[in-house]
Ligand binder design. Structure first.
Ligand code: DON
Length: 309
């Protein structure tokens, strides 16, 4: 059985949503101009359990581009398609403590430090199955859709806006191509990465996608095995160590859950073998994490004793 249910948990989510809606901190990202059009009042919270139950409050059906929250899912697809050893040859798994767009590669190998920063995500999306950029993008869109349990599509306005302002990512891709860690055409790699980031999702999708990782790769609504248990575990691992960039340590201390944030205001957190949490609210703190998202996840973690440690 699946569906949205009304329950004491639902009341608690509504209460939390009502209080955090009043939060006025943070700024909507504008470095990708199309993202600057987001309404700072948008705020959705959704929880998907592994037995297929959804609990939701607020704007959980508003579409927004997934941005960096795509990174753990595409990393899981790359692990699925290539295996861990092959992926590790080109992308490391060490936290950087740097911002998401840092221009920094491992000095010895030229590898990006991890798949959650932009450099690592650009290489990761080049590693999924597919003979060319179009085929890799098809694989990624089909994979993200399987995680969500419904067909997802790219927002072309955001895609154009990303590509027009993506010089830092372009610079990273050239550096990595020169270092040998990015082994496909630079423009092809960016075409796929920008489109991946511009894929439209809802808060409800994020909860289901995250529950799929928490459930060993099985989508709790469709029952589909989207990736292997090992690939899902790999994605959760890098979420725990690197998912919130230069806030990753304090995040794990406070919330105690593998998580990933994105500049459009999405934030996911997973309780392995139990549930996936998705939050969306565009105003970001100085480190690029959704202000209401961080507050909601940390409150839910404390309230339900979800801290893994
Ligand atoms: O590469 C970029 O700038 C965006 N497409 C994604 C960045 C993002 O969401 C980083 N997250 N905090």
């Amino acid at each position: 059985m699946s569906g949205t249910i009304i329950s004491p948990i639902h009341d608690l989510l509504n209460d939390l949503h009502g209080r955090l809606q009043e939060e006025r901190g943070g700024e909507v990202a504008t470095y990708i101009p199309e993202l600057g059009k987001a309404d700072p009042e948008w705020f959705g919270v959704a929880v998907a359990t592994l037995d297929g139950v959804l609990y939701e409050a607020g704007d959980t059906e508003v579409p927004f581009t997934i941005q960096s929250v795509s990174k753990p899912f595409v990393y899981a697809l790359a692990l699925q398609d290539r295996g861990m050893e092959r992926v590790l040859q080109q992308v490391g798994v060490e936290p950087t403590g740097d911002a998401f767009n840092a221009v920094r590669l491992e000095p010895e190998t030229g590898r990006p430090y991890n798949p959650m920063v932009n450099a690592g995500a650009i290489v990761t999306s080049s590693l999924v199955d597919g003979a060319d950029a179009e085929a890799r993008l098809d694989r990624i869109l089909a994979g993200l859709s399987a995680f969500a349990g419904r067909p997802l599509a790219v927002d072309h306005k955001v895609l154009v806006s990303e590509a027009a302002t993506g010089d830092r990512n372009r610079a990273l891709a050239y550096l990595m191509h020169g270092a040998g860690s990015l082994r496909c055409d630079v423009d092809d790699s960016l075409t796929v990465y920008f489109a991946q980031c511009s894929t439209l999702v809802t808060t409800r999708d994020l909860a289901v996608m995250t529950a799929t990782l928490a459930g060993g790769g099985v989508n709790p609504i469709t029952g589909q095995q989207v990736v292997s248990v090992e690939a899902a575990a790999g994605a959760l691992t890098v979420m725990a160590t690197c998912g919130t960039y230069d806030y990753a340590g304090e995040w794990l201390m406070r919330a105690g859950l593998p998580a990933k944030s994105g500049v459009s205001g999405g934030l996911i957190a997973a309780l392995p073998s139990q549930l996936g949490l998705g939050v969306f609210s565009p105003p970001l703190d100085p480190r690029g994490n959704s202000v209401r998202g961080v507050a909601a996840c940390q409150e839910l973690s404390g309230r339900f004793g979800l801290h893994l440690m």
